[in-house]
Write a protein that binds this ligand. Structure first.
Ligand code: GLN
Length: 487
């Protein structure tokens, strides 16, 4: 086994026992990147020099018996998390050479533990998309079939972890962008409760929905990364001041007495039969592990796509107003007047999907339409939250599909925004209700593409989700694989 194939937990053991150094581990990942990046395109920017420096520093800590957590572990971070020493493009031309003057809180946390950030992962422009095809740079491929999409918007994060380029990654999830690419690439992804992880230094897309979370090769690693990134931060006003639980301690607990709800609306006609089967197999595994399975209903799930695709663009149109060529990023050279400069900068700097969202969002927020659209969509959030509250009376968490189908071919939905939006049907409710969600590998399609299973729970019940995810992983006992990649 090559070092790059290790999980974070396995690497930690070897690093602590001094059987492996962080420099060796980092070199192994860098070689893997060298061998696969042409085919996979996980990264917008790579910095081997900085990575090796961080690894050498981590080795000093490890030698003196310090370390642990993520010390010495090679990771990628999505290119919308601000990093002082590297560019942060958000997958957009408008921020092509933008180097933020500060680190995001989560990046600070990784650095202070001695993690090795190898590079910035590819993504849909400003995190708007479900395949990463809206990236203004190279588009990541699915490591299981490079003709297929890696999912989005954290596609580069997912492909870098699944292909063995790094051991873990940080992504962001506004409507499924951690869980869906994790599912499509056969890895674990968690969207924490809104407020659990600081969003300071996360470039805003839709502020009432955005949340940062980990993508890892298994559930134990997810618990480890969660431990590092969670916690209160006074620099994010939506951050919640509440103690962080010991997530790894949940993993060893059994499922006896745990009630798992199967929300009937998630198993509608449009669901791919292979996905349906994988999720039902997961239900069987949880039952065998001692969980009680109950039938529940989330009746307002049908309104999620419509509500999300009003709220997210509305908030985005406001958040993206700052990219006007004045304060930072790309500026189209001024000829005569300021308004022309704004217009030229924004029309050349943004890609088509971002412009579509800005137009939809500006329209939905305009006076005379606000009540009919943004306000109405916000009311749907309350109805949805009530559905979940009712569900929590009869169950502790929910099991469902992540994506209605396995990964699809690049280009297949690229010209059909509606088809793309509809593929988010099962992930949006988690963000609209501010809940935690976890995607765990459940199996494979006949054509060999991974299929994930989603778990959703009440606010701040990340520990229970990880416990259930761990039991699912154990019961399914899928062979851990890093696909062979041939360009
Ligand atoms: N696919 C969704 C969108 O395009 C979700 C994106 C996300 O979670 N960042 O908005």
């Amino acid at each position: 086994m090559e070092p790059y194939e290790l999980t974070i937990a396995e690497a930690n053991t070897l690093l602590a026992e001094k059987k492996l150094s962080s420099v060796e581990l980092t070199r192994s990942c860098l070689e893997r990147i060298e061998a696969t990046e042409k085919a996979i395109s996980s990264f917008i920017s790579l910095d081997p020099e900085l990575a090796l420096q961080a690894a050498a520093k981590a080795d000093l800590h490890l030698q003196s018996g310090e370390g642990g957590g993520l010390c010495g572990v090679p990771l990628s971070v999505k290119d919308l998390l601000c990093t002082r020493d590297r560019t942060t493009t958000c997958g957009s031309k408008i921020l092509e050479n933008f180097a933020p003057p500060y680190d995001a809180t989560v990046v600070e946390k990784l650095n202070s533990e001695g993690a090795v950030i190898v590079g910035k992962a590819a993504m849909d422009e400003f995190a708007m998309g479900s395949t990463s095809e809206n990236c203004a740079y190279d588009i990541p491929s699915n490591p299981w079939n490079i003709e297929c999409v890696a999912g989005g918007s954290s596609g580069g994060s997912a492909s870098s972890v699944a292909s063995g380029q790094v051991l873990g990654s940080l992504g962001s999830d506004t409507g499924g962008s951690i869980r869906q690419p994790a599912s499509l690439c056969g890895i674990v992804g968690m969207k924490p409760t809104y407020g659990r992880v600081s969003r300071y230094g996360l470039v805003a897309f839709a502020s009432s929905l955005d949340q940062i979370g980990p993508l890892t090769r298994d559930v134990s690693d997810c618990a480890l990364m969660m431990q590092t990134i969670c916690g209160y931060d006074r620099r994010d006003s939506t951050s919640v001041d509440r103690p962080v639980e010991d997530y790894s301690s949940f993993l060893t607990q059994g499922l006896r007495g745990v009630r798992v709800g199967v929300p009937r609306e998630y198993f509608s006609d449009g669901l791919d039969p292979e996905v349906h089967k994988v999720v039902m197999d997961g239900v069987g595994v949880l039952r065998a592990a001692g969980a009680e399975i109950v039938d529940v209903s989330i009746p307002h799930i049908d309104y999620c796509v419509a509500a999300y695709y009003l709220i997210a663009p509305a908030e985005a149109s406001s958040n993206l107003a700052r990219y006007d060529g004045v304060a930072y990023g790309f500026r189209k050279a001024v000829t005569s007047d300021l308004v022309d400069m704004y217009k030229d900068t924004r029309s050349q700097g943004f890609g088509p999907e971002v412009k579509r969202r800005i137009l939809i969002g500006t329209y939905a927020l305009s006076s005379g339409y606000y009540d009919a659209y943004y306000k109405k969509a916000s009311q749907v959030r309350t109805l949805l939250l009530n559905d979940f509250k009712r569900a929590w009376e009869s169950c502790d968490l929910l099991i469902s599909p992540v994506s209605p189908t396995p990964a699809w071919k690049k280009g297949e939905k690229a010209d059909d925004p509606l088809a793309m939006y509809l593929s988010d049907i099962f992930t949006l409710s988690t963000n609209l209700a501010g809940l935690p969600g976890l995607s765990v590998p459940g199996g494979y399609s006949i054509s060999g593409l991974p299929i994930g299973i989603q778990l959703q729970g009440p606010h701040f019940h990340e520990g229970e989700l990880l416990k259930c995810g761990f039991n699912l992983e154990k019961g399914l006992n899928l062979e851990r694989q890093i696909p062979a990649i041939t360009a």
